[in-house]
Design a protein around this ligand. Structure first.
Ligand SMILES: [Zn+2]
Length: 223
């Protein structure tokens, strides 16, 4: 099974949503037969925690993302154990942020034979491919399960705008620090973070910080 297929399986399945169980700081939502999202319910703060998806196959289980800590991953694994005793065979890490991968060790300890899968290309083009699929549900990295794609379209517009602006800045010979000042993402900061100070800080750390640096590295990469 290819990585995009693995990643997007959960997006393709249609089903009425029902909160299946609430344990600790997450809610287990049944998306389809054998497919569950563990959506985190901690309020955003200095740290945030990420959602996971469990896909229970005939022989084994695929887990997508493993939360911020081994402890919360073990809580989710205990919930998975109440659904099935099949072994976890694959763990997909959608991207490198710690709130999605730090629980990997819990699955490594419990299933030494599990394979961990990630992909180098997790940015703009991936979102466009995702939008081209006829999905009915989207499990975002954070927050409740989505029924429409407006959030993903907004993310895609952000990546496209940032890439274009950063490429133009690099073409003008600007350094990364100069590009951070000349690139204007205010419209997106407003849309994603609103008036929340915490969300604005998260936007600045992950988008204006790490995201813009990655776009700058792409724009200035030697062919
Ligand atoms: Zn995250």
């Amino acid at each position: 099974m290819t990585l995009p297929r693995l990643c997007l399986l959960a997006l393709l399945l249609a089903a009425p949503l029902s909160a299946f169980a609430q344990t600790g700081d997450f809610e287990l939502v049944k998306l389809a037969e054998g497919v569950y999202a563990a959506t985190r319910t901690e309020p955003p703060g200095l740290t945030v925690n990420g959602n996971s998806v469990f896909i229970i196959n005939d022989e084994d289980v695929v887990v997508v993302d493993t939360t911020l800590t081994p402890g919360t991953a073990r809580e989710e694994l205990a919930a998975l154990r109440r659904l099935t005793d099949k072994p976890v065979r694959y763990v997909v890490n959608t991207h490198w942020h710690d709130d999605h991968v730090m629980g990997n060790v819990a699955y490594r300890d419990a299933f030494p034979g599990a394979e961990f899968i990630a992909h180098v290309n997790t940015r703009g083009e991936t979102l466009e491919k995702l939008l081209a699929l006829k999905h009915t549900l989207i499990v975002p990295g954070h927050g409740p399960v989505l029924r429409d794609d407006s959030f993903v379209r907004q993310m895609s517009r952000l990546f496209v705008s940032m890439s274009r602006q950063v490429a133009a800045a690099a073409a003008r010979g600007e350094t990364l620090e100069q590009a951070r000042r000349s690139v204007n993402l205010d419209e997106f900061r407003r849309a994603f973070a609103g008036d929340s100070r915490v969300r604005r800080q998260i936007f600045d750390v992950y988008v204006v910080g790490a995201g813009l640096a990655a776009a700058y590295a792409d724009a200035t990469a030697k062919p």
